[in-house]
Design a protein around this ligand. Structure first.
Ligand code: GLU
Length: 471
């Protein structure tokens, strides 16, 4: 690449950072990092009614959580409105834009007339060549671009190829509204130019905008950036993405228990591929990413795939880090701090815990028994196994006798004791392990139970058993 790559993510802060936006941000970030370029963040806050501080904060939070660091200061588009207006005035001075004095009523009439003739509703260029001296009094004009009337505007898209628009389809767009505020079309072009953006990677709902923006670049005499339009994300049924099918904010994915690295991998695969590779680390993604491997058809969102990827990244994740994440959730859940001993237990059992979880929520859930205070609540299956008269209860009592005075309360010793009993009675190891599991975890599923017993320690483990047998 000849000039250094500069990309940007330019969200409008009118709601949460949704999954499509996050993918756009990721692609721009990867592209910049791949080329050792620059990735900028621009908040398009020109819609003063709909832009909120809360949404801006959510965007920052979401980007930080996803690990998409941006370079330089955040650009707030609204703060640059004077520069946008100046560009429009330059075009007026150069005869490339003009004042349009049409009233809203006239514009409505114009659209209706076009519709009646079966034409798309477009501005008919009424003030394009008219003498401003004819301007009606008391009407503040909008500024429109004198766009080419004949020929075609061609967008050379890095994903979609060459996309042609007949200029008769593109009317003279408004650059400044009659109240003097710049339109999105003008602001984006001026900002992208001033920020030195070389590549605009965004959703393909912006494709027509790119044709209009190209006309504006040409009028301003500026170089047009390269465009790459990514197909939108669809639901698993191929229809537009709905909330139920994943059209959620990035914060919702965090709350559902997905790890940022799993999200990055998943979002990457939503529309980009590298052979049949499914698991692609971020480092690998930076090395491999390019717009030429972005697919041309809409990607389908699939929670099952995301869950599988997340399970993979959970297993890969460092136990100490996971323990911190789990502990933070447990504190919220239990409403009190965790003792160092409880945190140690969780970390010791983490291999067993994470191998069974697909999400952090499941991991937290399956860790709860380690933090629970005695006496434990038993789930119905555990209850049944340890009920009065049940064989599991007698076996638990026998096992208690065999482990109470072990020299070292370690997993191999505890398991050895259970094995010894099973051999002596002709039962299976599980006949002793399951009642122990029920007593120590309150349920019939847990990480390897002898390890759990060791992690709980002699006093806590025997205490939990005594609680059950004392009932
Ligand atoms: N602010 C626009 C949006 O949220 C994106 C503009 C752009 O990427 O050019 O859709």
């Amino acid at each position: 690449m000849s000039s250094p790559v500069v990309t940007r993510f330019a969200p409008s802060p009118t709601g949460y950072l949704h999954i499509g936006g996050a993918r756009t941000a990721l692609f721009n970030w990867l592209f910049a990092r791949h080329f050792g370029g620059t990735f900028r963040l621009r908040i398009e806050d020109t819609d003063r009614q709909r832009s909120t501080e809360d949404a801006i904060e959510k965007i920052f939070e979401g980007m930080r959580w996803l690990g998409l660091d941006w370079d330089g200061d955040v650009v707030f588009q609204f703060s640059r409105a004077a520069l946008h207006a100046a560009a429009a005035r330059r075009l007026i001075d150069e005869g490339k834009a003009y004042y349009c004095y049409c009233t809203p009523e006239e514009l409505t009439a114009m659209r209706e007339e076009a519709r009646a003739k079966g034409l798309p509703p477009r501005y008919n260029g009424y003030w394009r060549d008219r003498d401003p001296a004819e301007a009606p009094p008391g009407v503040s004009p909008a500024v429109r671009l004198k766009s080419p009337r004949e020929g075609e505007t061609v967008v050379q898209d890095l994903v979609q190829g060459e996309v042609r628009f007949s200029n008769t389809e593109l009317d003279d767009m408004i650059l400044l509204r009659s109240d003097g505020t710049p339109t999105y079309m003008l602001s984006v072009v001026v900002d992208d130019h001033d920020m030195g953006i070389t590549h605009v990677i965004r959703g393909d709902d912006h494709l027509t905008n790119s044709a209009r923006q190209s006309q504006l670049y040409m009028a301003l005499g500026w170089e047009i950036p390269a465009f790459a339009h990514i197909p939108l994300i669809h639901g698993p049924d191929g229809a537009k993405l709905s909330k139920r099918h994943g059209a959620l904010g990035v914060d919702a994915y965090r709350d559902l228990g997905y790890l940022p690295e799993a999200m990055r991998n998943y979002l990457l695969r939503l529309g980009w591929s590298h052979g049949d590779d499914e698991i692609i680390s971020t480092a690998q993604a930076i090395e491999w990413f390019g717009v030429e491997s972005i697919g041309r058809s809409p990607a389908r969102f699939d929670f099952a795939k995301l869950d599988n990827l997340n399970g993979h990244y959970l297993r890969e994740a460092d136990n100490h880090r996971l323990t911190g994440l789990v502990a933070a959730e447990l504190v919220k859940d239990l409403g009190h701090a965790l003792s160092d001993d409880v945190i140690r237990r969780i970390e010791v059992c983490m291999d067993g815990l994470k191998s069974r979880a697909k999400t952090l929520v499941q991991l937290v859930d399956s860790s709860k028994f380690l933090a629970a205070q005695r006496p434990l609540a038993l789930d119905p299956k555990a209850e049944k196994m340890l009920a009065a008269g049940a064989p599991g209860r007698d076996r638990l009592a026998a096992l208690r006798g065999a482990i109470a005075d072990l020299d070292s309360f370690s997993a191999p010793q505890i398991e050895g004791a259970a094995r010894g009993l099973a051999e002596a009675t002709g039962d299976k190891l599980g006949d002793y392990a399951q009642p122990l599991r029920a007593a120590l975890s309150g349920s019939t599923v847990s990480p390897p139970i002898f390890e759990v017993a060791e992690a709980l320690g002699r006093d806590e483990a025997l205490g939990r058993i005594a609680d059950v047998l004392g009932r």
